[in-house]
Design a protein around this ligand. Structure first.
Ligand code: CAA
Length: 380
């Protein structure tokens, strides 16, 4: 067993950490303001450094690195700005990956280089108001008419929506077949009949955008069917298996970021004539927090490594996503506690980490769904 990172993995980790310190940290508070306009410049700058297409072949504009490197980068982003981390995670894992894995040669040539180099941003449209956890119950339909599919319906809670140019969208091509009648499509922003609905006012991740997608007789060329008709549910599930590695990395980064703030603060804050870090009760809290961070990191790395090397990584990704997001929640709550009353104010960043952590237990499959995936595999 080898725990050491390769030189490439270390270099990408450092590049992402330097980028987070230089480009994300100075503006994160302002970009989290509820009324702040979306700022694309961070995505553009990350793209210029090769950080938005890390695990894809150079042939398609990617960095030619692996999923471990990608997960390390997402962790570094999330230590500082978890909203930016999910933007990159959705773009890389949920939009570029299904095109990379299931796309035809023409689709890969047409869409991947723009995504991997960050000329375009990507989104993933699966969730609907009545099809969240029950992802196969979507009502959006795609009807083949001549050489085009006509899509009607709506999607909600879509990360990067409105900002992205490229969307992987799921719709029913044959309702009689249930989830085996779902198909995947690549849809471009600006196509007639494709618009955006309300922007969600979210508890956290405010530097990212979450919006509705609306399809009203949206015509999609037949050649933009991704994979075969009826393969959509499988495409969605395998894509989410990879997305969950990104969420695990994001969660680990949130936990590590919150812990770093807590360590610094408890060494500086003096009560009863000594730094509060001198109290064993707080030392033990931080020992537990650090151990959970390491365990989350190790599970995340194992999931990414399994994705790089094995045919299936569902269970490893589910375990990592579940444990790391529960860790992000508990560690960020403890960080607020260590800051005392100040932790409950916006003067210090730990309340932001706590708000960001919550969604990681919910999206890309609730942690209850992860437990279904894990228990289904071990009891099979
Ligand atoms: N890989 C490949 N195939 C898979 C699979 C996987 N990981 N999981 C399921 N399948 C296949 C099954 O093998 C089965 O195929 P067969 O019928 O041929 O055997 C088929 O899919 C149906 O599987 P299930 O019976 O297990 O499906 P289910 O309806 O019981 O649902 C579920 C299972 C795990 C609950 C699934 O619906 C799920 O993961 N739900 C959560 C959805 C989700 O994660 N949504 C996130 C939205 S995106 C988001 O949050 C992004 C964002 O913007 C940040």
């Amino acid at each position: 067993m080898n725990f050491a990172l390769t030189d490439t993995q270390k270099a990408i980790q450092k590049l992402a950490a330097d980028f987070a310190a230089k480009e994300l940290a100075p503006t994160v508070e302002a970009r989290y303001e509820r009324e702040a306009a979306y700022d694309r410049s961070q995505f553009v700058k990350a793209a210029a450094l090769g950080l938005v297409g890390i695990p894809y072949a150079e042939q398609y504009g990617g960095a030619g690195a692996d999923y471990v490197s990608y997960a390390l980068a997402v962790e570094e982003f999330a230590k500082v700005d978890a909203g930016f981390a999910i933007c990159i995670s959705v773009h890389t894992s949920l939009c570029s990956w299904p095109i990379y894995k299931y796309g035809s040669d023409e689709q890969k040539k047409k869409y991947l280089p723009d995504l991997t180099t960050g000329k375009k941003m990507g989104s993933f449209g699966l969730t609907e108001p009545n099809a969240g956890t029950d992802a196969g119950a979507g009502q959006t339909v795609a009807e083949l008419k001549g050489d085009k599919y006509v899509i009607n319906g709506a999607k909600c809670f879509i990360t990067n929506a409105g900002e992205s140019e490229t969307y992987v969208v799921f719709a029913m091509t044959d309702k009689s077949k249930g989830m085996k009648g779902i198909s995947a499509f690549i849809v471009e922003k600006g196509w007639k009949g494709f618009t955006f609905g309300k922007t969600e006012k979210t508890m956290g991740l405010r530097s990212a955008r979450v919006r509705e997608l609306i399809f009203q007789d949206c015509e999609v060329p037949k050649e933009n069917l991704l994979g075969k008709e009826g393969e959509g549910f499988k495409i969605a599930m395998t894509t989410l298996d990879g997305g969950r590695v990104g969420v695990a990395a994001q969660s680990t980064g949130i936990a590590m970021g919150a812990l770093a703030h807590a360590i610094k603060y408890t060494k500086e804050r003096v009560q009863f004539g000594k730094p509060i870090s001198a109290n064993q009760a707080l030392q033990f809290m931080m020992a537990d927090m650090a151990t959970k961070c390491d365990a989350a990191h190790l599970l995340t790395m194992r999931a990414a490594y399994t994705k790089d090397t094995a045919p299936s990584w569902s269970v490893e990704a589910a375990m990592a996503k579940m444990f790391a997001s529960d860790t992000a929640m508990s560690v960020s709550i403890d960080a607020v506690q260590l800051f005392g009353g100040y932790g409950y104010t916006e003067e210090y960043p730990v309340e932001r980490y706590m708000r960001d952590a919550k969604i990681c237990q919910i999206y890309e499959g609730t942690n209850q769904v992860q437990r279904m995936v894990i228990s289904g595999a071990i009891l099979r």
